[in-house]
Design a protein. Structure first.
Length: 280
């Protein structure tokens, strides 16, 4: 009887040992498999994402802060007139366009001023004024009035934006491109008014600005970036139109030159106003 019970105890113990060994093999196999799978996916064991790739719920990666600083620029604006009301200013601009001279109204300060061109050099502005005056004399301006060239210093502006990295970088790229595009468009119109060979490739600028505009418009940004995002969209949209107008004006068609001039004046006005909002 004792031998029988002893034999049963030994048999039961062997079974328990077998089960424990089997569980140990299964467990070690799972851990080894998990380790190699994690290595294959280039992720550390434990399932944590690789450093620097932490997903952000708003579509970017980690939050970042960048400082954006625009370059100062000197503008020479050829003024047709100044008016107390927007309506009178718009009427003067349309009258100038009807005479073949591009024109647009810029934001009041406090008067509504009408400009028939903006240049980056005083020489180009004076040439434009001399060319436009005979076309406008006696109708839009007084017979013997010379067009006034106003010098405007647009100061450098600096501001910071913080948010998801991809969103911040998209806004930064757009504003940096806008900064260089303003300089390039000024150089284009300087050459246009002076009758010199143009060194600026407008078609590629238009494509780049349009691509940046599309990228920004497709984004849903964090609340903290909405002002910067809205300003960047407005700026690159207007400059893309200005680049398109310049490209069409390059052919020499006087009506296209007038239209391109008007569009450029509006784009510069938008650029100045939006920068003020971003850096009061």
């Amino acid at each position: 009887m004792r031998r029988s019970r002893l034999g049963q105890s030994k048999g039961l113990g062997s079974k328990i040992i077998f089960v424990l060994v089997a569980l140990a093999f299964v467990g070690s196999g799972y851990l080894i498999g998990r380790y190699f799978l994690s290595a294959l996916l280039d992720r550390p064991v434990g399932g944590e994402p690789v450093s620097g790739q932490v997903p952000d719920p708003s579509g970017g990666t980690e939050a970042t802060t960048v400082q954006i600083q625009t370059k100062p620029v000197t503008l020479y604006r050829v003024q047709i007139g100044a008016f107390s009301t927007s309506e009178n200013a718009e009427n003067a601009a349309q009258a100038a366009i009807a005479k073949g001279v591009g024109a647009a109204v810029m934001s009041p300060d406090p008067l509504y001023k009408v400009y028939c061109g903006i240049t980056g050099s005083k020489e180009a502005a004076n040439k434009l004024a001399q060319t436009a005056q005979p076309k406008l004399a006696g109708s839009v301006v007084a017979e013997n009035d010379n067009l006034y060239v106003a010098t405007t210093e647009v100061a450098s502006r600096s501001f910071t934006i913080t948010g998801p990295k991809t969103q911040v970088e998209a806004i930064q790229s757009a504003l940096v491109k806008a900064d260089t595009s303003v300089q390039s468009l000024l150089a284009f119109w300087d050459a246009q008014y002076l009758g010199k060979e143009r060194q600026v490739v407008i078609s590629s600028m238009e494509s780049e600005l349009s691509a940046l505009k599309s990228e920004l418009e497709s984004m849903t940004v964090d609340e903290s970036l909405k002002t910067a995002h809205s300003g960047a969209v407005k700026i690159v949209s207007e400059l893309a139109l200005a680049a398109q107008g310049a490209k069409e004006a390059a052919g020499g068609d006087s009506s296209k030159v007038a239209l391109g001039t008007s569009t450029f004046v509006k784009s510069i006005d938008s650029y100045i106003q939006e920068l003020k909002k971003l850096s009061p």
